[in-house]
Design a protein around this ligand. Structure first.
Ligand code: NAD
Ligand code: ZN
Length: 377
């Protein structure tokens, strides 16, 4: 490799500050250090969590940064001590690491890892150590990944090696949205055969949750969104009913209770809105209903009346669908290759890295499910 051991200069979309368009820049990507891997990114999705950091979280300490955490690529070079990866391997960068050694990795109940950026840096949404610089300034690696760049550097504990025949411009979606929604249904909620489910928010995360409910054998799946245009897509993934809360003059939880003899068995919030989280909980049946928060937000408190939980409902949350990342992503790639899970149907737009601001706008206005940015060949 002609570039191994050297600084690589390449193109990246830099977010210099909150609430501003990303800027195409030439950045420097340092060689991988001990235990690290430098990856040439081939394709990346744009996820609402990128938009959250830019427009909703807006914590200035989290900038400048290179966003993007739903990518796939090829190993360019590896640092000292890396034995499981070699140049040319196909990989998916992981925003949830799996060191395999900490108490969380050793516990089957969770997919958190103590060595992840989330351990200490929720607000800045990245680890302050970075291998990226631009115009002499360090540039933070959003969620530890930074896939809106031709190259990035990751610790090997946060990289999944995947099969050689996987199409990177599709399986990149398993780096976040699809694994998240699908796992939230099959792992975190634990949807059971014959159950009645409701999914709130029908972006890629919510649609993947619908797919999870369907694959787990749910008998009825209500897809809930304020954007009517999402209705057709929801049916593709297995929704049996579509509800637009704006079309009713009473709370959607009451509508669902009337349609289901008291409420759904499982509900999943895939919007990132605390009011919708409450509504999803209230839509569950007393006694055993389970509601899962999947939408990402950390700027306000959530609330509900205690009787909701006293009456036997469970309220829980899910990060990356509860999947232990390094172990699970290669299996999810296999599941896609064998037809067990869909990916192609989530992709509505294909663009270049230069068009990243257009892709962000498409998500803001609800006109896309997933836009894929082709970063390099
Ligand atoms: P998206 O913007 O594509 O989809 C959000 C959907 O919610 C849209 O269809 C929108 O119309 C709908 N919506 C908005 N307000 C609504 C309301 N009041 N009621 C019903 N529907 C409403 O986003 P996405 O990429 O699918 O991500 C969804 C959420 O999941 C985001 O909050 C994102 O940050 C979060 N997320 C969480 C994790 C995790 O690990 N927990 C991972 C990835 C994404
Ligand atoms: Zn995401």
């Amino acid at each position: 490799m002609a570039t191994a051991g050297k600084v690589i200069k390449c193109r990246a979309a830099v977010a210099w500050e909150p609430n501003a368009p990303l800027m195409m820049e030439e950045i420097e990507v340092a060689p991988p250090q001990e235990g690290e891997i430098r990856i040439k990114i081939v394709a990346t999705g744009v996820c609402h969590t990128d938009l959250y950091h830019l427009f909703e979280g807006k914590d200035k300490r989290g900038f400048p940064t290179v966003l993007g955490h739903e990518g796939a690529g090829v190993v360019e070079s590896v640092g000292p001590g890396v034995t499981d990866f070699k140049p040319g391997d196909k990989v998916i960068p992981l925003f949830i690491s799996q060191c395999g050694e900490c108490r969380f990795c050793k516990c089957p109940k969770t997919n958190l890892c103590d060595r992840n950026w989330t351990s200490n840096n929720h607000n800045i949404m990245s680890d302050p150590t970075t291998r990226l610089t631009c115009r002499g300034q360090p540039i933070l690696q959003f969620m530890g990944t930074s896939t809106f760049s031709e190259y990035t550097v990751m610790n090997q504990i946060a990289v999944a090696k995947i099969q050689d025949d996987a199409p990177l411009d599709r399986v990149c979606l398993l780096g976040c949205g699809i694994a998240t929604g699908y796992g939230a249904a099959v792992n975190t909620a634990g949807v059971t055969p014959g159950s009645v489910c409701a999914v709130f928010g029908l972006g890629a995360v919510g649609l993947a949750a619908v797919m999870g409910c369907k694959n787990a054998g749910a008998s009825r799946i209500f897809a809930v969104d304020i954007n009517e245009k999402k209705s057709e897509k929801a049916k593709v993934f297995g929704a049996t009913d579509f509800l637009n809360p704006k079309a009713y003059n009473k709370p959607i939880s009451e509508v669902l209770a009337e349609m289901t003899n008291g409420g759904v068995d499982f509900s999943l919030e895939c919007v990132g809105n605390t009011e919708v989280m409450r509504s999803a909980l209230e839509s569950c049946v007393k006694g055993w209903g389970v509601s899962v928060m999947v939408g990402w937000t950390d700027v306000k408190d959530f609330s509900a009346r205690p009787i909701q939980l006293i009456s036997g409902k469970t309220w829980k949350g899910s990060l990356f669908g509860g999947f232990k990342s390094k172990d699970s992503v290669p299996k999810l790639v296999q599941d896609y290759m064998s037809g067990k899970i869909k990916l192609d149907e989530f992709i509505t737009h294909k663009m270049s890295l230069e068009q990243v601001n257009d892709a962000i706008n498409l998500m803001k206005t609800g006109e896309c499910i997933r836009s894929i940015l082709n970063i390099s060949k």
